[in-house]
Design a protein around this ligand. Sequence first.
Ligand code: CMP
Length: 341
Amino acid sequence: MGNISIKHYFKNNGSGGSDTSAHVDVEEEDEDFEPPKNRYARRQSVCAEAYNPDESDDEEENSVVYPKTDVQRKRLNEAVRNILLFKNLDQEQLNNVLDAMFERKTVADEHIIDQGDDGDNFYVIDRGIFDIYVKIDGVDKKVGAYNNKGSFGELALMYNTPRAATIVSNGEGIIWGLDRVTFRKIVLKAAYLKRKMHEALLEKVPMLKHLNEFERMNVADALESRQYNDGDVIIQQGEEGSSMFFIEKGEVSVKIKDDGGREVEVTCLNEGRYFGELALVTHKPRAASVYSKGSCKVAALDILAFERLLGSCMEVMKRNIGDYEEQLSKLGLSNRDLRGK
Ligand code: CMP
């Protein structure tokens, strides 16, 4: 099972709230995370399936602001830098979330969360080791630990379920809390809207038309939006490829160096088109450079997600290499080898 949404997982497995299927991508956030030895350890999508903005009861309440010193703010910024759920936030939303976060110092053996309790806060780790216990046959079993980074406590807030694990401070530590209301109102809403927006974008991409709704949703969850200004380099010819891109808004110019080293425009691409897949398909360096034309917004899919989620589109992408070769031959650059071994 790869990247899977909680809705489908529940449907397929009949699991309840204490199931371990909806974690924020711990592996991505935290290389030092010791993966639990159960299903929970696998990469999951950061989805907002249980969130329905039309039913949201949280809208009216204003978030609290916890004042912070410059040093605290710096530490907090550092702690949230790789939190996947926060990547959907624009600057204003992020500022509101950071304002609402509060510092909590923890001592050895302190229970931050107890399995079965109602969810109150989401936590981001500043420092310290936090052990994860899950009840197996009525007995608490250690299934993993967070090591100085990462986050926990999102499940109960996302799905309105009891806490799925117990989290215990292993020695002294510091965590940042975010209350349930602000988490749902800002973080979950942004994740939900991001998914909807990316699903709509992917529906416009002909190459993906044979993906089913579930597969498309998983690709949507894996996308990360990036904004570029006129002339910005999105891809540099000759570099190693680590992502492919779908154009959300605006235009890009694809340029290739001719034999004299001068850049020639090969093509322009606009909304709904994709680029950057070739190096991922052929495992060769980037065959062209791609520049933003005016301001543009793209959705990036990293190579691991690409391999995991777009395997079924590989043949279409390979067939498209023929079109690229044709473009090059029109420019007298047919000596380029675009294909891998
Ligand atoms: P939540 O259920 O709100 O509270 C406990 C948290 O522990 C949970 O969200 C996850 O963030 C985290 N967690 C880490 N490992 C596991 C696991 N194996 N099973 C369930 N929750 C886990």
